[in-house]
Design a protein around this ligand. Structure first.
Ligand SMILES: Nc1nc2c(c(=O)[nH]1)N[C@H]1C(S)=C(S)[C@@H](COP(=O)(O)OP(=O)(O)OC[C@H]3O[C@@H](n4cnc5c(=O)[nH]c(N)nc54)[C@H](O)[C@@H]3O)O[C@H]1N2
Ligand SMILES: Nc1nc2c(c(=O)[nH]1)N[C@H]1C(S)=C(S)[C@@H](COP(=O)(O)OP(=O)(O)OC[C@H]3O[C@@H](n4cnc5c(=O)[nH]c(N)nc54)[C@H](O)[C@@H]3O)O[C@H]1N2
Ligand code: SF4
Ligand SMILES: [Mo]
Length: 681
């Protein structure tokens, strides 16, 4: 099909932000002579309303960055180094497929492992042609657990799936609780919606372990000890029940287990909870009374509390709160952990699980290091796309040790020669999302959007879908599904009679309108997808899976040789995970990686702000610049951002993070690691 957007050499064309960010903004791309000169928010998009973040306003720097990969390459130096030689696409595809054919014959297809995440959220390239190809190949299956797996499972036990409040309705809320989310940096349009509500006298509470930009923006910032939010939520429930601030008719009509929960939370009195969480007793009463009396109330649940050993149970517990007050019944009330279930497309049609052999082994991506070093039968080949595990994966030094294996045949498809790509045998250049056709659905708002190519592919780069079609052909796979066009695949995915929310959403309408809102109905009155159809305050399903059926606080795992500080390496404002960490402009805006610590702790160690400090544990070490003050509690240290490798600088924070898995969903525990800190001479 002829692409009219590419043909428009000069002018303004619509697009969608492809990054792994809940806001999934509508964009307008300004072009001159076939080149992007400016990127701005699309004012017509009902959620974006013309505003976008700084990262993407400067996205053109990344698209045309001189360091972008231009052609396929093979490694000619050591693994982890930067000596590569140009090859043709034909040579690259031939090298990959001949290696794989040999491996399949000698070791079986499960010796090949795909590794990916959402560097580009386009469904065709992340959950589409790639899945079809690897299913047909018979490769080991990756469990996509690095981001929100624990919390998603926890929330599902309570609410039956990724169903929450429509964010556009939250302008009507009168109380916002931003719970473990750095929304000013990570969900800016939720902040804009809260700002609108604030003009109507809404109050904004932030519960976090770090008083960062979001905590500073709040009306009330509540610092909490890491990994203790479950106890805090139970303490709030204690007060809500004890002071009759609950909506009893909502509890009777729409929940199961409220009587069991009422009895259960008696033991979580504010004194007990204060001792666990560090939140003063009076503040627990005050917050519970606000939550019990101000309506509509809305909780935005972030990734912070769930990247812990007890993260699944924590999200399951916070998700119970709106049921106690009946907040779900009021426009803008309730909670959002994620909203991705509403827009469910036809996954079977898009991914073709029918191409897969039953019983193919599954590998948790959070255990990549052990998978590469210890798994039997071993992984002999790794194919990485949409992700940079040498920087983003937990226990990253172990991951790098695995990547350094001489007998591991590694392929990396990316826009840049990332830290991971430096370990590749073959590097393939990827197009940016603006060079592709794909479709997108947000995990926060209710819009589906389309991307059509607005610029020509950069140099010899190819999209994920293109590469998998090439690989399929070279492997001799004859299924039509492996050669479908982007348009075919979008049609197949949207054709989903099982989900009335997508009714009327077609390829044609998407091309015409650029974004379409799903026909989402309020959750209540209604039936949930839990076994009982109600909010499960008591969950038999959890009991059967070996969890306490009622929300229950469990402390973080003790680490071997327990060190004094809990280390929270969170995202920063100007990078998106490790994306932009390789782009000069963004690095300049972020300056340098810091370690936020409490002034008391710093003084005890003889550390002043600006000092270089060594942060270490048995997994690894890194060197950061201290920022001492009162924005974290004693015993907690926080860094922000997944920084790129730089000569002479040890700034790989994931060298320190544990690769234990969380209580649910095989989730990551980035924020449950312990470290020691010392001043560098
Ligand atoms: N600018 C920017 N935006 C992003 C990203 C990025 O890297 N940069 N990443 C994107 C992705 S993939 C995701 S998943 C989201 C993540 O975005 P968020 O949901 O905001 O999650 P995090 O930033 O991981 O952590 C949120 C907050 O949790 C706090 N925290 C840590 N442990 C605890 C705890 O035990 N209790 C409480 N209450 N708070 C705790 C941290 O201090 C942090 O402020 O953002 C997306 N958007
Ligand atoms: N310490 C610590 N570690 C974390 C986190 C944390 O909070 N703290 N957060 C975790 C979370 S929530 C997440 S989601 C993960 C994210 O981890 P990743 O998914 O690895 O995210 P990025 O670092 O953004 O890497 C995405 C890569 O995909 C590439 N890419 C972009 N578009 C395309 C494309 O179309 N095709 C191909 N082939 N490649 C493309 C980009 O250039 C980039 O190198 O990180 C996790 N790691
Ligand atoms: S990264 Fe998020 S806020 Fe920034 S443009 Fe993309 S979707 Fe919007
Ligand atoms: Mo994420």
């Amino acid at each position: 099909m002829k692409n009219t957007l590419i043909d428009r050499h000069t002018g303004v064309v619509p697009a969608v932000c492809s990054l792994d960010c809940p806001d999934q903004c509508g964009l307008l791309i300004h072009k001159e002579a076939g080149t992007i000169v400016k990127i701005e928010g699309d004012p017509a998009h009902p959620v974006t309303q013309g505003a976008i973040c700084n990262k993407v306003r400067h996205m053109a720097e990344r698209i045309y960055d001189a360091k972008r990969l231009r052609y396929p390459m093979k490694r000619v130096g050591e693994k982890g180094g930067d000596r590569f030689e140009r090859i043709t696409w034909e040579e690259a595809i031939e090298s990959i497929t001949s290696n794989w054919k040999r491996l399949i014959a000698e070791d079986g297809a499960e010796s090949i492992l795909p590794y990916s995440f959402y560097g580009n959220m386009g469904l065709l390239g992340t959950e589409g042609m790639d899945r079809r190809f690897f299913h047909r190949l018979g490769a080991s299956r990756l469990m996509y657990t690095i981001c929100q797996a624990a919390g998603t499972e926890g929330y599902r036990y309570t609410m039956g799936g990724g169903y929450g409040t429509d964010p556009e309705d939250t302008v009507h809320a009168k109380l916002f609780i931003f719970w473990g989310i750095n929304a000013v940096s990570t969900n800016m349009h939720q902040v804009m919606l809260a700002e609108k509500a604030r003009k109507n006298r809404a109050q904004i509470v932030v519960i976090d372990v770090h008083k960062n930009q979001t905590g500073r923006w709040a009306d009330w910032f509540i610092p909490v000890r890491p990994g203790t939010d479950t106890a805090l939520a139970l303490g709030l429930m204690h007060v809500l029940f004890a002071e009759q601030l609950t909506d009893e008719s909502f509890l009777r009509e729409y929940t199961v287990g409220h009587e069991e929960l009422r009895r259960h939370v008696r033991s979580y009195d504010p004194q007990t909870v204060s001792a666990i969480t560090g939140v003063p007793v009076d503040d627990i009463y005050k917050l519970a009374r606000m939550y019990g009396t101000i309506s509509p109330s809305f909780i935005r649940i972030g990734n912070g509390p769930q990247h812990h050993d007890n993260g699944g149970m924590c999200i399951r517990t916070i998700a119970c709160l709106p049921a106690l007050t009946g907040a779900w019944l009021y426009k803008g009330g309730g909670a959002i952990k994620g909203n991705s279930a509403y827009l469910d497309h036809n996954v079977a049609a898009l991914q073709r699980p029918s191409l897969m052999k039953k019983g193919t082994r599954r590998i948790n991506m959070n255990l990549l290091g052990s998978a590469l070093l210890e798994l039997e039968p071993p992984i002999k080949s790794l194919y990485v796309y949409n992700s940079n595990p040498a920087v983003v994966a937990p226990n990253a030094s172990k991951v790098r040790q695995g990547l350094a294996r001489d007998d591991l045949f590694t392929v990396v498809h990316d826009l840049f020669l990332t830290e991971t790509a430096k370990y590749a045998d073959i590097v393939l250049p990827a197009t940016s999302s603006f060079e592709n056709t794909d479709f997108y659905r947000s995990y926060w708002h209710h819009y589906v959007q389309i991307q059509q190519p607005v610029i020509e592919p950069y140099a010899e780069s190819k999209s994920n879908v293109d590469v998998f079609r090439l690989l399929a052909r070279a492997m001799g796979f004859e299924e039509q599904a492996l050669q479908d066009t982007e348009e075919d695949m979008i049609r197949q995915a949207l054709d989903h009679p099982g989900n009335p929310v997508l009714e009327g959403m077609t390829y044609e309408r998407l091309v015409e309108k650029q974004f379409l809102k799903g026909k989402v109905k309020p959750l209540f009155p209604g039936k949930l997808r839990t076994p009982s159809g109600k909010i499960e305050l008591y969950s038999k399903q959890m009991e059967r899976s070996g969890y306490p059926p009622l929300p229950t606080y469990a402390p973080l795992a003790e680490e071997e040789g327990d060190l004094p500080f809990l280390f929270i390496p969170a995202p920063n404002h100007n990078f998106l995970n490790s994306t932009f960490a390789h782009n000069e402009k963004h690095v300049r805006m972020e300056k340098t990686p810091r370690l936020h610590m409490n002034a008391q702790d710093a003084a005890a160690l003889g550390i002043a702000s600006g000092d270089r400090v060594r942060v270490w544990n048995r997994r690894g070490e890194c060197e950061l610049t201290a920022a001492a003050g009162d924005d974290v509690l004693p015993g907690v240290v926080v860094s922000q951002g997944l920084w790129a490798d730089a000569p002479g600088r040890k700034q790989l924070v994931n060298a320190l993070t544990p690769d234990r898995v969380a209580d649910m969903g095989g989730g990551a525990t980035f924020f449950s690691g312990r470290v020691q800190v010392e001043k560098l001479p």
